[in-house]
Design a protein around this ligand. Structure first.
Ligand SMILES: N[C@@H](CCC(=O)N[C@@H](CS)C(=O)NCC(=O)O)C(=O)O
Length: 200
């Protein structure tokens, strides 16, 4: 099966870490895709977003939470608690982390406007996305993340924190020692190291 991805995409990173944790990484053929410049992706995903999983049989699968669920199904192993409050907490944590990615991406895209000669980024957009990011980070700092578990919620958070670093979105460690310490350990997991973008 193929994964349309980009090395920097935090959503694709989450999927790749999940595949790695499930022992499926070898079965994923990584196919680079450029959603912002290649309109041909739209024939596969009308939203023209990555990641997209193209299974050996059947239709393309997106977005990243659905791909993760598909991979869990394929592996016969779940990285999501089966039921009860823990399940909703884990899925909500994934949604929180994915939302952080949406906000971070919007900031990065808006910053690029300068470089592309499209004029300065809009301050109201920066402020709103930064508010979302900071509030989400504060929630994670206050609630803490478990040291002994690396499932869908934790993987989603780790992928997004890595993106904040990779794109230098904001100094998220400042005032958040618990989250910083958690990420220090999480980022050393084999699945995180194996999926880290190779920066030139
Ligand atoms: N909710 C989607 C978000 C995916 C997403 O925003 N991907 C970015 C790249 S990191 C993208 O393809 N953006 C293209 C666009 O927004 O046009 C998911 O979880 O997969």
């Amino acid at each position: 099966m193929q994964l349309l991805y980009s090395a920097m995409s935090p959503f694709a990173r989450k999927v790749r870490v999940v595949a790695f944790e499930l022992g499926l990484a070898e079965r994923l053929e990584l196919v680079p895709a450029t959603p912002y410049t290649d309109e041909s992706l739209r024939a596969i995903n009308p939203l023209s977003k990555i990641p997209v999983l193209i299974p050996d049989e059947g239709s393309p699968i997106f977005d990243s939470p659905v791909i993760c669920e598909y991979l869990e199904h394929l592996a016969g192993v779940s990285l999501t608690p089966a039921s009860g409050p823990e399940r909703w907490a884990a899925l909500t944590q994934q949604a929180l982390a994915d939302g952080m990615g949406d906000a971070a991406l919007a900031i990065v895209r808006e910053r690029l406007r300068d470089g592309e000669g499209k004029g300065p980024g809009r301050q109201d957009l920066f402020d709103r996305q930064a508010a979302a990011l900071n509030a989400a980070l504060d929630k994670l700092e206050a609630e803490g993340l478990p040291a002994d578990r690396f499932q869908i919620g934790e993987i989603a958070v780790a992928a997004q924190l890595a993106y904040l670093d990779g794109r230098v979105v904001l100094a998220w460690r400042e005032g958040r020692p618990n989250l910083a310490a958690w990420y220090e350990t999480a980022s050393r997991r084999t699945s995180m190291v194996a999926t880290a973008p190779q920066l030139a």
